[in-house]
Design a protein around this ligand. Structure first.
Ligand code: A2G
Length: 405
């Protein structure tokens, strides 16, 4: 969507995967979906350096609504759990220098059974604008996927008419795919800033692997859709929760960077361990994710549990891209696997060679030519993430995305 927003993939915090639809503030006040939870997360986003690393949006998911609309047909937050109302919560988030996102559903109900927007598209767009919303996730439960080709752009039209810039996140393609409809990505990328095309992420390595397979197996369809203002969304980062090991967490972060994916953490920032924090705040990997070219990477090799993924990035010299290369080990034989490959076989053909850096360990491989061989040891369910910067560009300006040859 060409609305000037999300020129690089949006970054922030989204409640759903970690906090779900916990509405029990009586017995579980610390973890229920409430204004308090979002205020705490906003505080921590700033205090613990996530904002400085680029994370900006605090996004509410399902289960914030009251069971019914108000007497004028307007959406209202659950009065027990959001006693101050959404406007005040949005103001609070803004006061921290952050942006505020909210969830609704293009249907009669949200997935958890709260009021949907069907019949109220204009009213709800206006309500969100009045509240100071900066990001809207529009889910697709309790609607007909065939109607979405009309309905999602229609709600986007009303968002646009409000005059308030709001990122528009759509669940449109995934519901169509589920019901056997081939998504019209030309329409989708024209109407939405990001969209979901696969299953909801869960707190497990198995879930991450199913996303990796989907993004690899369907890359010819989905990779061309991504670019500044319009991104494929493989769903939230689950790093720091219960299901991923340290290595697996590094793998999730790496793959989401290769894919130019939105980086929406769904984790309890009050209790996350430092080693997981460091993964989420890894500056070099975030820089790849946020690369201004916005080209989504591809799987270029897959054999016996070893995958190689490549994403073209800046700087570019005379049509030769720099690259981020992820070596992913999905073997389970319990020992690191050595992967060795000639750079040219990875598509790295720049005659001036490449400055090669490891984005997790800071290991410096020096300058390598297309004929040189790169050898890495990849831990089981882990990743080695290398950046190949076209060498003549490196000598001028390392890591500056604006450097051009
Ligand atoms: O509803 C759906 O399952 C959403 N999935 C999920 O992300 C979450 O918002 C949930 C809340 O009830 C999609 O948007 C594809």
């Amino acid at each position: 969507l060409d609305n000037g927003l999300a020129r690089t993939p949006p970054m922030g915090w989204l409640a759903w995967e970690r906090f779900r639809c916990n509405t029990d503030c009586v017995n579980d006040p610390e973890n229920c979906i409430s204004e308090r939870l979002f205020m705490q997360m906003a505080d921590l986003l700033v205090k613990d350096g996530y904002k400085a690393a680029g994370y900006e949006y605090i996004i509410v998911d399902d289960c914030w609504l009251a069971k019914t609309r108000d007497s004028k047909g307007r959406l209202q937050a659950d009065p027990e759990r959001f006693p101050s109302g959404i406007k005040v919560l949005a103001d609070y988030v803004h006061s921290k220098g952050l942006k505020f996102g909210i969830y609704e559903d293009y249907g009669n109900y949200t997935c958890a059974g709260y009021p949907g927007i069907l019949g109220y598209l204009e009213t709800d767009a206006n309500t969100f604008a009045e509240w100071g919303v900066d990001y809207v996730k529009l889910d697709g439960c309790y609607s007909h996927p065939i109607d979405m080709d009309q309905g999602y752009p229609e709600f986007g039209y009303h968002l646009n008419l409000t005059g308030r810039p709001m990122i528009y996140s759509c669940s449109w393609p995934v519901y169509q795919i589920y019901s056997g409809i081939e998504p019209n990505y030309t329409a989708i990328k024209g109407a939405c800033n990001l969209w979901r095309n696969f299953d909801d992420i869960q707190d497990s390595w198995q879930s991450i692997q199913s996303v990796i397979d989907y993004y690899g197996d369907n890359q010819d369809i989905i990779v061309p859709q991504a670019g500044p203002g319009h991104w494929n969304d493989p769903d939230m980062l689950i790093i720091g929760n219960f299901g991923l090991s340290y290595e697996q967490s590094k793998s999730q972060m790496a793959m989401w960077a290769i894919w130019a994916s939105p980086l929406l953490m769904s984790v309890d920032l009050r209790t996350i361990r430092n080693d997981y924090k460091a993964i989420l705040k890894n500056k070099k990997i975030i820089a790849v994710n946020q690369d201004i070219l916005g080209i989504q990477g591809r799987r270029i090799y897959k054999d016996r549990g070893i995958e190689i993924w490549a994403r073209p990035i800046t700087p570019v010299i005379r049509n030769d891209f720099s690259y981020c290369i992820a070596f992913l080990n999905r073997r389970t034989d319990g020992t690191p696997s050595e992967v060795s490959v000639i750079n040219r076989e990875l598509g790295l053909t720049h005659a001036g060679g490449y400055r090669v850096d490891d984005l997790y360990t800071d290991k410096d491989y020096g300058i390598l030519s297309p004929e040189d061989k790169i050898t890495v040891d990849v831990n089981p369910s882990g990743v080695v993430m290398l950046r190949f910067t076209v060498a003549s560009a490196f000598q001028k300006a390392p890591y500056l995305p604006s450097a051009q040859g």
